[in-house]
Write a protein that binds this ligand. Structure first.
Ligand SMILES: Cc1ncc(C[n+]2csc(CCOP(=O)(O)OP(=O)(O)O)c2C)c(N)n1
Ligand code: SF4
Ligand SMILES: [Mg+2]
Length: 344
């Protein structure tokens, strides 16, 4: 008797998980960045993301190479070092129907690209921006980045004499409406945060500690697998309910709160830490400050605020994406131009 093959699992778009894969990775074996790419593939499959409506953008670095390793069928652009935010801003303004997913590194986003990062958040460019944070410039062989710990010693880089920049703190100061921190070794949390971030209407920042196994995975490094596993403190737990799903997340009443996202999905927050409510900006600032002083590795949803309009709303863009408007609609007529010239 012929053995029956199990049916191939597909999502609502009729795509398999393999359809969301990319090319084979060329990163070092065990690099945290590869594990984040796997999470992106799973989330895109689970959320039925249409790859043809997705744009992957990145700068320069090992982290910035990773968009080649997931979702082959989407649009993609690998930009200049630190300049991905301005390129992504142009892409979403030209076609507001795209879902933009940016992948950056701590060097790309917090060293050369810090100015771009702040202005992207300030403008509330609708995109998910992942910082694959390993505390070093992996691609150029392990120099300290701007997120490296003060006084850290590395074999080749020596001693770091400068204090670190905190990705989440920078995002909060610039008024970001979605800030999460996670660890590449915590797949469940990375996926939950990524799902919620993709439903946010403006810039969503995910600071994901992603160990560089070649240059910064020593046990005493706060960006190592050993440190992350031993010290991770989850400050907020939550469930994500996609718009088409029934809300059945089973949490005790009184300890939960629902945040309705712009696209109709829900983020159901569960209190773990009495002091922390991710809807309270002061509380978010306080937990980040305390974690910095005590050198704690806090993860979870740090801050959420769905109120701020995204750049595409502020600019009052027409329903038809600018990229698809005919020239008659995007260029002033000869008469209008003549009138302007006369006025000048
Ligand atoms: C304008 C410019 N300056 C410097 C470099 C050299 N460079 C390439 S990648 C990189 C740092 C990447 O670090 P990070 O963003 O943390 O990525 P990782 O490799 O650690 O994932 C630097 C300094 C460059 N490519 N372009
Ligand atoms: S050098 Fe570091 S960041 Fe780059 S691929 Fe290797 S482990 Fe990953
Ligand atoms: Mg790095």
């Amino acid at each position: 008797m012929a053995v029956q093959e199990p049916p191939i699992k597909v999502n609502r778009l009729g795509l398999t998980r393999d359809d969301y894969k990319g090319r084979a990775s060329t990163l070092c074996k065990g690099c945290g960045h590869d594990s984040i790419s796997q999470r992106i593939i799973s989330v895109a499959y689970d959320l039925n993301l249409d790859p043809t409506h997705l744009i992957k953008v990145s700068g320069i670095g090992c982290s910035s190479k990773t968009p080649a390793y997931f979702i082959n069928q989407s649009h993609g652009f690998n930009g200049l070092h630190g300049r991905m935010p301005s390129m992504a801003t142009g892409a979403v303004l030209a076609n507001r129907t795209l879902t933009a997913l940016g992948v950056s590194g701590d060097g790309d986003a917090m060293s050369i690209g810090l100015g771009q990062f702040i202005h992207m958040v300030r403008r509330n460019v609708p995109m998910v921006f992942i910082v694959e944070n390993n505390g070093v410039y992996g691609l150029t062989k392990g120099q300290f980045s701007a997120t490296a710990d003060l006084d850290q010693e590395l074999k080749y880089a020596g001693r770091n004499e400068l204090p670190p920049i905190d990705v989440c703190h920078e995002a909060l100061v610039a008024d970001c409406g979605f800030i999460g921190r996670s660890f590449a070794g915590d797949p469940r949390q990375v996926e939950a945060l990524l799902k919620a971030a993709l439903s946010h209407r403006g810039t969503a920042i995910l600071d994901i500690i992603s160990p560089c196994v070649t240059f910064n995975d020593h046990d005493d490094s706060t960006k190592s697998y050993a440190y992350g596993k031993a010290h991770e403190q989850i400050i907020s737990d939550f469930g994500f309910v996609a718009p088409q799903e029934e809300i059945t997340v089973d949490y005790d009443p009184g300890t939960t709160a629902d945040v309705t996202m712009h696209d109709g999905s829900h983020v159901r927050l569960r209190k773990l830490d009495e002091k922390h409510d991710p809807r309270n900006r002061d509380a978010a600032m306080r937990v980040l400050e305390e974690a910095h002083i005590k050198q704690e590795f806090i993860t979870g949803l740090i801050y959420i605020n769905e109120e701020r309009p995204a750049l595409t709303e502020i600019e009052r863009l027409p329903a038809t994406p600018l990229a698809f408007l005919p020239p008659e609609k995007t260029r002033p007529s000869r008469e209008a131009l003549a009138k302007v010239m006369q006025e000048l």
